[in-house]
Every structure is written in C-alpha cells, then in structure tokens.
Write a protein that binds this ligand. Structure first.
Ligand code: CAA
Length: 376
C-alpha cells in the first residue's frame, strides 16, 4: 500500500515526535506510572487528538489511515501513549461524530479534537467483560431525565478524561437491544473515579473503576436512540480494534528493531547459534510484515466505509499475537540484557500482553471471525 504525501508527512512528523518527545518520557512513566499530561497536551496542540475529525469541528481533517499511522508510530515509542490516543479517538470522539446530534457535535467535538478534553469508553463491568451485552448499569427514565446507577471496570483514560461514553441498560427485557449510550461528563454529580489499577504494562495509561450513583442525565446526553447502544459500541469497536492492532504492531516493530540493533552486522554463518538467530529473525520479520498488511487493510476498509468486523478482528488477533511473540523473542535473543529494564525489551513484552486481552480477548475475536465467515 502506498501512502499519500499527506500521510507520509504526518508519519514522519509523528515518528520524529515519538523519538524526540515521547521516548525520553518513557522511563518516568515506567517508574512513577504517571499519566503523561504534558505529552497529551503537546499532541493536542498538533491536532493529533482529532486526526480523523473534520476541520469544521476543530479536527485535523485527516483520514482513518492517517489516524492509524499515528497510533502505530507513537506505540513504537510508548504503547501507553498509543492506547490513550486510541481510546480517546476510536471509541469516544468518533462515535460522537458518527451518532451525535448537531448540538452534541457542537458541545463536544471541538473540545475532544483539540485535546482540551480527553475521552473514555465505559462498557466493561465486573460481571460483563467478554459478554458485553450482560452489563447491569441501569439508566431509568425520570421525566425528561435518566438516572444512572452502576459500576464500570478497567476503564482506560479514567481519571484523566472529561467525557465518558457510557453504556447502560434502559430496557432489561430487550437484552443487547435494551442498551443505550450516554455522554457523561466527569463533573456530573454522581460520578466517582476509583483507584488507578497497577498493571503489568502500559504504565503511563490510567485504568480505573467508575461508579455511577443516582447520576441524573438530561435526555440530550443520550447518544443515538434508546436501544441503539450496543450497536454503537460494537460498530465503534470495529474501528477501535484496528487502533489496538496498530498499537500492537508498533510494539512488535520496536521489539524487532531491538533485535536488529543487537545482531545487525554480526552475522557469522558458520556459528550454529547465529544461524538459529537468522532463522528466527526472518520468521519474526515476516510475521511483523503480515501484521502490518492486516492492520492497514482493515484501516483502508474502515476509511472507505466498508464493514470490516472480520478484518478488524483479524488484524487485532494477529497483530497482538505478533507483538507478544516478537517482544518475547527480543527478551530471549538479548539474553540477560533482555531482562534488564534498561534494554527496553522487557517493557515491550509487558506492554504487549494486554493487546491480546482488551477491546475483546483474542478468544472472542476467534468467535467474531468464525461468526462472520459462517454467516457469508
Ligand atoms: N456493528 C454494528 N452493530 C453490531 C455489530 C457491529 N460490528 N455487531 C453487532 N451489532 C449489533 C447488531 O444489532 C446485533 O444484532 P443482530 O444480531 O440482530 O444483527 C446486536 O448488536 C447484537 O450483536 P451480537 O449478536 O454479536 O451480540 P453478542 O452479545 O452475541 O456479542 C461478543 C458477543 C462478540 C462476544 C461481544 O459481547 C463482544 O464483542 N465482546 C467483547 C467486548 C469488548 O470488546 N470490550 C471492549 C471493552 S473496551 C476496551 O477494552 C478499551 C480499552 O481499554 C483499550
């Protein structure tokens, strides 16, 4: 696939920013697990928190592939910053663009696209992870208002975000079709943010519980129609999973780069160990290239408005497995050095794992892919 000159220009600029601005912050994020507010602000100033948002809403006016390029390049330096951008854009800002009213566009898109606000996606609950339609957070009608009660778990960007795209049950008798989406601002009375989880990887990104307690919402805060929430969640996740796949691809390529730095120029064909390393390097490179093709094919389809449920699941499944495999190989091939914090490989290995788990576990993606295959 050939990138347009605009896409190439953005790629080069993001790559430079990742190297010069993000990479130097990684050690601090690893150590203090502190959310990188300053980096997010700088990215917002460059327009990158609104890449696929039209300029009339304060966005960058780029296409979906440009947005995926940004996550891919950023994640080579920091997968934590990559997921902050991915969740903010794919599953908060874009659903508002696609399903929001004119008033919701006016209230929220400018703030989210400029980065003055950060977005989050609140679907998962203690008893509803993979089985997302089993959520229990309730939104009960009270005249013109809704009253929300419930708990959300493992919410990326929580605490740092000002807007939470929240899914709640409005009609329990309708199952998935009784779920509705709402726009909940962090300042709304009744929303509280739980403790930040300590994770094995992605140390700069926030993951927290959210509690909604008698939170009153005007009906203008509903996104889409009553009962449309699950379709909004799943449709948005089709795009979101391409973002996570791009994040995984960035991790995989960063790990491959570490292996190349270690072994480049040291090829000795006669040594059995060198031959083994060459075989492994060849295989890992092919895996990373295949992941890249799947990621950019899915991004192309999304950009063209072609339904890509199967392709985005395939990209996410394959690229996340590739990230774990290649980062694991980097730790192994760098030997003891690979286990040291200073080498970077162990961080990539820790960061890679969750890409197989969030935005649908890879087991769920196997179900989604086979469901799509058997349906056609
Ligand atoms: N686009 C639009 N609408 C869709 C859709 C899609 N891709 N997929 C489903 N729908 C709608 C349809 O209206 C569908 O009804 P029909 O069957 O009549 O068409 C309805 O939703 C129900 O769909 P399903 O039958 O697929 O629903 P299900 O309950 O069987 O889904 C599941 C099962 C696939 C496992 C689903 O629960 C799922 O995707 N689970 C994973 C949850 C997940 O990805 N969570 C991510 C959390 S966010 C996160 O991780 C962010 C982060 O931190 C990085």
């Amino acid at each position: 696939m050939r990138l347009t000159s605009e896409q190439q220009q953005l790629r080069d600029e993001v790559r430079r920013f990742a190297r010069e601005e993000i990479s130097p912050c990684v050690t601090l994020m690893e150590k203090d697990e502190r959310f990188p507010y300053q980096l997010v602000k700088k990215m917002g100033d460059k327009g990158w928190l609104g890449i696929p948002i039209p300029t009339r809403w304060g966005g960058f006016g780029g296409d979906f592939i440009s947005y995926i390029i940004a996550i891919h390049e950023i994640s080579k330096a920091s997968a934590a910053v990559g997921v902050i951008l991915s969740v903010h854009s794919s599953v908060c800002t874009l659903p508002i663009l696609h399903y929001g009213t004119k008033e919701q566009h006016e209230s929220y898109l400018n703030r989210l696209a400029s980065g003055s606000w950060l977005g989050a996606f609140a679907l998962t609950e203690p008893q509803a992870g993979s089985d997302a339609a089993a959520i229990r957070t309730k939104a009960v009608r009270d005249g013109q208002d809704y009253v929300l009660n419930g708990t959300k778990l493992f919410i990326t960007n929580a605490g740092a975000a000002q807007l939470y795209l929240t899914f709640a049950v409005t009609d329990p008798s309708e199952g998935a079709k009784g779920i509705t989406a709402f726009l909940v601002e962090s300042s709304f009375h009744g929303l509280s943010i739980g403790n930040k989880e300590r994770k094995m990887g992605l140390h700069g990104s926030n993951t927290c519980e959210l509690v909604y307690e008698d939170l009153k919402l005007d009906q203008t805060q509903r996104l889409g129609a009553e009962g449309q929430g699950f379709a909004i969640a799943k449709g948005s996740l089709d795009g979101g999973r391409i973002g996570i796949a791009a994040q995984a691809l960035g991790i995989a390529q960063a790990a491959l780069e570490l292996i190349m730095q270690r072994f480049g120029g040291k090829v000795r064909l006669r040594s059995a160990a060198a031959q083994q390393n060459q075989r492994e390097l060849t295989e890992l490179t092919a895996i990373a290239e295949a992941a890249k093709l799947l990621v950019y094919r899915a991004a192309y389809m999304r950009q063209e408005g072609i339904r890509c449920t199967k392709e985005s699941s395939m990209a996410k499944l394959y690229a996340s497995d590739a990230a774990v495999r290649i980062a694991g190989a980097a730790v192994k091939m760098l030997g003891m050095e690979g286990c040291l914090e200073t080498a970077g490989a162990e961080r990539l290995f820790r960061d890679a794992k969750v890409t197989q788990i969030y935005e649908g576990t890879n087991e769920i993606h196997r179900i989604v892919i086979s469901g799509q295959l058997l349906r056609s």
